[in-house]
Design a protein around this ligand. Structure first.
Ligand code: 26W
Length: 839
C-alpha cells in the first residue's frame, strides 16, 4: 500500500502520538473562537491588518470551525470501528455540496458565537461566508440529492460514507453574453480547500489497459493476471459531514488522480523520456473535470476512466479497512452495502468480482454471492438517451479483465433467463447485458440490475414506470428487487439555513424539534387562521422577496417589484423540462398586455435560470429566446409594472438558497412521465411557494400531501402522453386556439429576433412537429388556464397566504430524513451509532 508514498513509512522507534482522550476539547464560546481565528489569521496564514483579501478571514474561520469538527469526526470514526457496525458506501460521480461554512455553523450550532466574535473583531460574517466558492461537483438533481443524503445520514447517525471524485474543475460557470450562454471554467480548488483533509497514506493503485494472462498455479487452480497495465494513483481527500447538533461527523472521501513515479523502462530506454513523462500527465487528467452533461454522454473514454477510477479506488479502500479487523470475507455482505447513484459507478459490480477472484482467491460463486448481496442501484432517469452504454471495443482496450467478467456475468444471467422463459430467444436478446449490433455495447443499467439486490426509483410514478416500461422484463423476473424511495431535501440547508426568518417564526410557535423531525410542522396547523401568525408569515415572504429582488437586480439588471407574483423556474435547461412552455406563456401574457386585455390581471415577475449542457444546441437556443423575450418586454413601457422577465445567470446551490425562500410560484412543468422526481419542487414547497405543475415525478406526491386545492394542476397525464403521441397534431392545436396561434405568429414574425432572422426557427419547428417528444403545445391551453387560476388566487391575498402556509406545513414527507429512514429500513438495515455526543 505504501509502495509509492515512501514518506508514509510507519514509525518503529517512536511511540504513537498522544491519543485523543488527552486532548483538551476546543472552546466554542465567542472568546475561544476569536482567539483561534486570530491564531490562524496571523500565524498559520501569516496575514496582517493590511491584508484586504477576503479569502484569508474566510480561510481562518474555516480552519477554526474544522478544528471543532475534528474531535467529533475522530470519535465518530472510532465509534463505528469499535461497534463493528454495518456500513453503507454511497458511490457517486457527483456530490453537489455547495458552501460548507454556513452549513457547519448551522449543524454545530455555532452561528451566534461566531457572530459575536466577528462583531468584536469588526468583521462582517455574512460577507465572509458569501465569499466561499460553491463546491459544484455535480450537474443538478442527482448530485444535490447525494449531498442532501449525506446531511441526513449524519443527522440520523447512520454509518454512511460518501465516495466520489475530487474534480479540479467543477460545474462550469455560466455567463450570459448578448443573450447567449458562455461557459467559463470553475477552478474551485485554485486557492485551496480549507475543508478537506488529504490522506496520502491511503493511496490506492488503479490499473488501466494491458492484457490478461491465465496461469494454473501449483495447486492446479487457474489464476488470472491482468498485466501490462498503466497504473494511476488514487489519493483520498476527506471532507467532514457534520450531523445536526448530535456529535456525529461522517465522511465524504473524494479521490484525486496522480501519476505513479514508475517509469516505463522500455520507453525510457528507447529514448522516449518525455513521452514517458507525458504519460504521467495524462494520469492526472482523470479527475480534472466534471462532465457537464445531465442526460447523454456519448461514450467518451475519459468518462469511463473516471467511473472505473472511482469504483476501483473506493472498493479497494473499503476492503483495506475491512481487512484491518476481519480475516476473511465470510460476513462481508452482512456488514457492507454499496449504494450506486445511477449507473455511473456500476462498473463496481465487475470490479468487486475481480478483486475477490483475482486478488483474494475466491471462486466465481463465492464472489458472486458476496457481490450481489451488497450492491444496490438507484435509477434517476427514464430518458432512453441517458441510459449509459459503453462500446465493447473501448471496454476491451481500457479494462480488458473487467470485460471478461461482464461477459461471464452475462452468460450466467442469460442461462437464468432461458430457464425462466424457455425457448424465448427474443427475451434473451432484449435482456442481454451486451447489446448486439455493428459495435456491440455494454448496457450498464442491465449490469446494475443483475448485480444488485435492490433496484429503486426516486418517486412513486417513476418507480411504477420503471416496473411497467423500461425494466419490465427484469421486474417480471425479480419483482421483489424493485422498490420506490421518493426523494427529499435536507430541511437543514433548505429551510432552517436558507430561510432564517421563517425558521425563527416556526420555532417560536412549535419549538426547535422540527429541524430534526419535520413531521412536527403539522403543529403549525393550529396557527393557520391566527391573524398574528399569518401577518408575520406574509411579512417574512415579503422580506425574502426583497432579498431575491436585490439579487435579480445585481445579477440580471432587472427590477422586480415585490408586490408582483414571483414566478420562478430554475433547473437544468432541457426540452423535457419545458422552459419553452414557460416562455410561450410569457409571450401570451405580453400579447394580452398589447391587446389591452388585462382583466383579472396579476402583476408578475418571471425568473428563469439554469445551465444548458455545452453541446445541447436546443437548450442553448431556449436560453437565447428567454433573454430576447426579456429584453423586449422589460423595455416596453406598456408592460411596465405588469410583467417583468429575467434570465438568472449561473444558477447554482447558493443562488437557490436565496431564490427558493423568495418565490411565490414554483414552475414544475415537465412533460408527464419524463421527470424522475424533481427536488427543486420540494425546496420551493418547504419555503411556502405554491406549485403549478403536471402530474409528473414527485409533483404527484406533493399534490397528495398539500391537497388538490393548494396546487395548480394542468396538462396530460403520463398515460395520456404515452397514448396520444400518434394522434398529436400541433398545427391543428394552433389553428383552433387564438391565443396559441397569436403566440406562434409573434414568434414567426421575428418580433423577438429582429436583427437575427430565422434564429428561432428550430424552436418553431420543434413545437410544430407532430413527433415533438415533449408535446409542448398539447399542454399549452391547459397551462394558460391554470396560470389564470394562479392570478386569481394571488389577488385574494388571504387565500394565497393560507395556501402558502399549507405548503410548508405539508412538506414533511420531503425531508431526506424520511428518505434515508426508508433506504435504511428496506435496503441498508444499518444500526444507528451514537458517537458519544459532546453536545
Ligand atoms: C450520462 C450522464 C448523465 C449524468 C447525469 C446522465 C444522467 C444524469 C442524471 C440521471 C441526471 C439527473 O440529475 N437526474 C435527476 O435526478 C434527480 C434526483 O433523483 C431527480 O430528482 C430528477 O428528476 C432527475 O432528472
Amino acid at each position: 500500500m505504501y509502495k509509492h508514498c515512501n514518506n508514509f513509512k510507519l514509525m518503529v522507534k517512536s511511540k504513537p502520538v498522544d491519543n485523543l482522550t488527552n486532548v483538551p476539547p476546543l472552546g466554542i464560546d465567542a472568546d475561544s473562537l476569536k482567539n483561534c481565528f486570530r491564531y490562524y489569521y496571523n500565524h498559520t496564514l501569516g496575514r496582517s491588518k493590511n491584508c484586504k483579501a477576503i479569502h484569508y478571514p474566510y480561510k481562518a474561520l474555516s480552519f477554526t470551525l474544522k478544528d471543532r469538527l475534528m474531535e467529533r469526526w475522530k470519535k465518530t470514526h472510532s465509534a463505528y470501528e469499535e461497534t463493528d457496525c454495518k456500513r453503507t458506501y454511497y458511490l457517486s460521480l457527483e456530490f453537489l455540496m455547495g458552501r460548507a461554512l454556513s452549513n457547519c455553523m448551522l449543524n454545530l450550532d455555532l452561528k451566534e458565537a461566531v457572530q459575536e466574535s466577528f462583531y468584536q473583531l469588526g468583521l462582517d460574517l455574512e460577507e465572509i461566508a458569501e465569499s466561499e466558492q460553491d463546491a459544484g461537483l455535480g450537474n443538478g438533481g442527482l448530485g444535490r440529492l447525494a449531498a442532501c443524503f449525506l446531511d441526513s445520514c449524519a443527522t440520523l447517525q447512520l454509518p454512511v460514507k460518501g465516495y466520489g471524485l475530487r474534480y479540479e474543475y467543477g460545474m462550469f460557470k455560466q455567463h450570459i453574453k448578448q443573450g447567449h450562454q458562455v461557459e467559463e471554467t470553475d477552478h474551485w480548488l485554485l486557492n485551496g480547500n480549507p475543508w478537506e483533509l488529504e490522506r496520502p497514506e491511503y493511496t490506492q493503485h488503479i490499473k488501466f489497459g494491458g492484457y490478461t494472462e491465465y496461469h494454473t498455479n501449483n495447486k492446479g487452480k487457474m489464476t488470472v493476471y491482468w498485466n501490462g497495465t498503466r497504473d494511476v494513483l488514487a489519493i483520498p481527500y476527506d471532507i467532514p459531514i457534520p450531523g445536526f447538533k448530535n456529535g456525529t461527523v461522517n465522511t465524504l472521501r473524494l479521490w484525486k488522480a496522480a501519476a505513479t513515479d514508475e517509469f516505463d523502462l522500455d520507453e525510457f530506454n528507447s529514448g522516449s523520456y518525455t513521452e514517458a513523462v507525458e504519460e504521467k500527465n495524462s494520469a492526472e487528467h482523470i479527475t480534472m473535470v466534471l462532465y457537464p452533461n445531465d442526460s447523454s454522454e456519448n461514450g467518451k473514454e475519459l468518462r469511463l476512466r473516471q467511473q472505473y477510477f472511482l469504483a476501483s479506488a473506493s472498493l479497494q479502500d473499503v476492503i483495506r479497512e475491512w481487512l484491518l479487523h476481519h480475516n476473511d470475507f465470510s460476513n462481508f455482505a452482512q456488514k457492507n452495502c454499496f449504494q450506486l447513484n445511477d449507473t455511473h459507478p456500476t462498473i463496481s459490480i465487475a470490479e468487486f468480482m475481480r478483486l475477490l477472484i483475482d486478488e483474494y482467491e475466491h471462486t466465481w460463486d463465492e464472489a458472486w454471492a458476496i457481490t450481489s448481496k451488497c450492491m444496490a442501484y438507484t435509477n434517476h432517469t427514464l430518458l432512453p438517451e441517458a441510459l449509459e452504454k459503453w462500446s465493447v471495443p473501448l471496454f476491451k482496450c481500457l479494462l480488458p479483465r473487467l470485460l471478461e467478467i461482464i461477459y461471464e456475468i452475462n452468460s450466467r444471467f442469460l442461462k437464468q433467463v432461458a430457464m425462466h422463459w424457455p425457448g424465448d430467444s427474443v427475451r434473451i436478446q432484449q435482456m442481454s447485458i451486451i447489446e448486439e449490433g455493428p459495435v456491440p455495447q455494454v448496457r450498464m443499467a442491465y449490469l446494475a440490475i443483475v448485480g444488485s439486490f435492490s433496484v429503486n426509483g426516486v418517486a412513486a410514478l417513476h418507480t411504477e414506470l420503471l416496473e411497467k416500461g423500461l425494466f419490465n422484463n427484469f421486474y417480471q423476473l425479480w419483482p421483489k428487487k424493485f422498490n420506490n424511495k421518493t426523494n427529499g431535501v435536507t430541511p437543514r440547508r433548505w429551510l432552517a439555513g436558507c430561510n432564517p426568518e421563517l425558521r425563527q417564526l416556526i420555532t417560536q410557535h412549535i419549538g426547535e424539534k422540527w429541524i430534526k423531525d419535520l413531521s412536527q410542522l403539522n403543529k403549525l396547523k393550529k396557527y393557520l387562521n391566527k391573524k398574528d401568525f399569518r401577518e408575520q408569515w406574509k411579512k417574512i415572504k415579503q422580506s425574502n422577496k426583497s432579498r431575491l429582488a436585490h439579487l435579480v437586480k445585481t445579477e440580471c439588471g432587472v427590477d422586480f417589484n415585490t408586490d408582483a407574483i414571483f414566478d420562478v423556474q430554475v433547473k437544468r435547461i432541457h426540452e423535457y423540462k419545458r422552459q419553452l412552455l414557460n416562455i410561450l406563456h410569457v409571450i401570451h401574457l405580453y400579447n394580452r398586455i398589447k391587446a389591452g386585455d388585462t382583466k383579472n390581471w396579476a402583476n408578475r415577475c418571471v425568473l428563469i435560470g439554469g445551465k444548458a449542457a455545452p453541446g445541447y444546441a436546443m437548450a442553448k437556443l431556449t436560453i437565447k429566446l428567454i433573454s430576447n423575450v426579456a429584453e423586449i418586454i422589460n423595455n416596453d413601457p406598456q408592460a411596465d409594472g405588469l410583467l417583468k422577465v429575467a434570465f438568472f445567470p449561473n444558477y447554482n446551490v447558493s443562488a437557490m438558497e436565496i431564490i427558493c425562500p423568495g418565490t411565490d410560484l414554483s414552475e414544475q412543468i415537465s412533460t408527464a412521465g419524463k421527470e424522475a422526481s424533481g427536488t427543486g419542487n420540494m425546496k420551493f414547497m418547504m419555503n411556502g411557494a405554491l406549485t403549478i405543475g403536471t402530474l409528473d415525478g414527485a409533483n404527484i406526491e406533493i399534490r397528495e400531501e398539500v391537497g388538490n386545492e393548494n396546487f395548480f394542476l394542468f396538462g396530460l397525464t403520463a398515460e395520456e402522453v404515452q397514448s396520444s403521441h400518434h394522434q398529436y397534431n400541433p398545427v391543428e392545436i394552433i389553428n383552433k386556439d387564438k391565443d396559441i396561434s397569436a403566440v406562434v405568429k409573434m414568434l414567426e414574425s421575428g418580433y423577438f429576433n429582429q436583427c437575427e432572422p430565422q434564429l428561432f426557427d428550430p424552436i418553431l419547428h420543434s413545437i410544430k412537429n407532430p413527433y415533438d417528444m415533449w408535446m409542448t403545445l398539447a399542454d399549452f391551453r391547459s397551462y394558460i388556464d391554470a396560470q389564470e387560476q394562479v392570478s386569481l388566487a394571488y389577488q385574494d391575498s388571504k387565500r394565497w397566504t393560507t395556501m402558502s402556509i399549507m405548503n410548508t406545513l405539508s412538506s414533511s414527507k420531503f425531508s431526506t430524513d424520511r428518505t434515508m429512514e426508508e433506504y435504511n429500513r428496506d435496503i441498508w438495515k444499518l444500526d444507528k451509532v451514537s458517537a458519544h455526543p459532546i453536545e
